[in-house]
Ligand binder design. Structure first.
Ligand code: PMP
Length: 359
């Protein structure tokens, strides 16, 4: 796609493509790290009742500060957090964009370590923030001396760290996080979209918030909470950082329907998160099966597994689609990512992979 010349789009955007994984209608969709288990009928009914109540007041603007929701999210996160230290938006995608609107911008620099979430450079582009990508090591860990040297050279205003990282699934060790925090002069964003899936003993950056006022930890209800369709992302940070984001947010950015949905989901936290343990187990089984078959498998703390290597990954991807299984062609050349589905879906994935790529 190219935007035609009569459309006066910014020139640097003319040949860009809209971001997104292919939405192909196949029986087994394991390509966007969704939770395969939807809300229970009871949770869905409660969410629907909350939305019904909100609908009766849709003539009014919603609570601009989403205060009740932020209180609920703070209680869920724990770590002594309060609503003034939590902020919410339409997916953590919007959170990241707001962060760059407030802390990036012309003359400013954002930095991350690739391979990582491919939306970060797009937020940078959209906010006219200079983008710098360092490299992760071969095992996808952060190379601490190289990272510190790059930060000293580039002096980023915002550093994005992703833990567990997408698409690799690897989590940061406490030492990696502390080294980056010590070297940073600006904001450090730790994107913990997949935090609930991490293995026992893997740290969360929430523990470091109290000692690091420029640390921001982002989360989402899209993954573990099985609420990707609800579009609710959030962050925890110092209250002054939250105030900075309130400057750039659109008025009433979180609709009354979104707030009611997310609050309804929070009332059913137990049920919605109940499958996280099962997904972790299935992830570990999937990783072990792939390794037994001779694939390289990145250590995953998330609800997906990155595996390789394929001489022609596109051909394998197509072969899987032909068999009704959709995974993601993403990551360094030769690697692919499979999201963790139900045991039946993973069986379908294994069967299809064995047919397409017999080893
Ligand atoms: N961060 C990471 C690392 C992700 O993988 C994703 C979703 N794929 C997001 C943020 C955004 O998620 P959402 O906007 O649904 O909260």
């Amino acid at each position: 796609m190219t935007i035609p010349s009569w459309v006066p789009i910014r020139e640097e955007l003319r040949d860009e493509q809209p971001y997104g994984a292919p939405q192909i209608d196949v029986p087994v969709r394991l390509n966007t790290n969704e939770n395969p288990y939807g809300p229970s009928a009871e949770a869905a009914a409660d969410i629907a009742a909350a939305v019904q109540a909100a609908a009766l007041e849709l003539n009014r603007y919603p609570d601009r500060e989403a205060w009740a929701l932020r209180e609920g999210l703070a209680a869920y996160l724990g770590h002594g957090l309060t609503a003034d230290r939590v902020w919410a938006a339409n997916g953590s995608n919007e959170i990241m964009q707001q962060l760059l609107q407030a802390f990036g911008g012309p003359g400013r620099t954002a930095l991350s370590f690739a391979p990582t979430y491919s939306m970060y450079p797009e937020y940078a582009r959209n906010t006219h923030t200079r983008w710098v990508a360092g490299r992760r090591r071969e095992d996808f860990a952060i190379d601490i001396p190289a990272a510190v040297a790059l930060m000293e050279a580039e002096r980023p205003d915002v550093v994005f760290l992703t833990s567990p990282n997408n698409p690799t699934g690897t989590a940061l060790a406490a030492g990696e996080l502390r080294a980056v925090l010590d070297a940073a002069r600006g904001i450090v964003v730790v994107d913990e979209a997949y935090a609930e899936f991490r293995r026992a003993g893997t740290p969360t950056a929430l523990e470091l918030l109290a000692d690091h006022p420029r640390l921001v930890v982002t989360r989402t209800m899209s993954k573990a909470f099985a609420l990707a369709g609800g579009r609710l992302g959030y962050l925890a940070a110092d209250a002054a950082i939250v105030d900075a984001l309130r400057i750039v947010r659109l008025p009433y950015h979180l609709s009354a329907v979104t707030q009611a949905t997310a609050l309804g989901a929070l009332r059913h936290t137990g049920q919605l998160l109940a499958q996280v343990d099962a997904l972790r187990t299935t992830r570990d089984e999937t990783a072990a099966w792939l390794a037994e078959r001779g694939y390289d498998v990145a250590a995953s703390d998330a609800n997906f597994v990155l595996f390789g290597h394929f001489a022609d990954r596109h051909a394998v991807w197509e072969g899987l689609v032909d068999r009704g299984v959709l995974i993601r062609e993403v990551g360094p050349p030769g690697w692919m990512r499979v999201s963790i589905g139900t045991p039946d879906e993973m069986q379908a994935f294994r069967d299809a992979l064995q047919e397409v790529d017999p080893r």
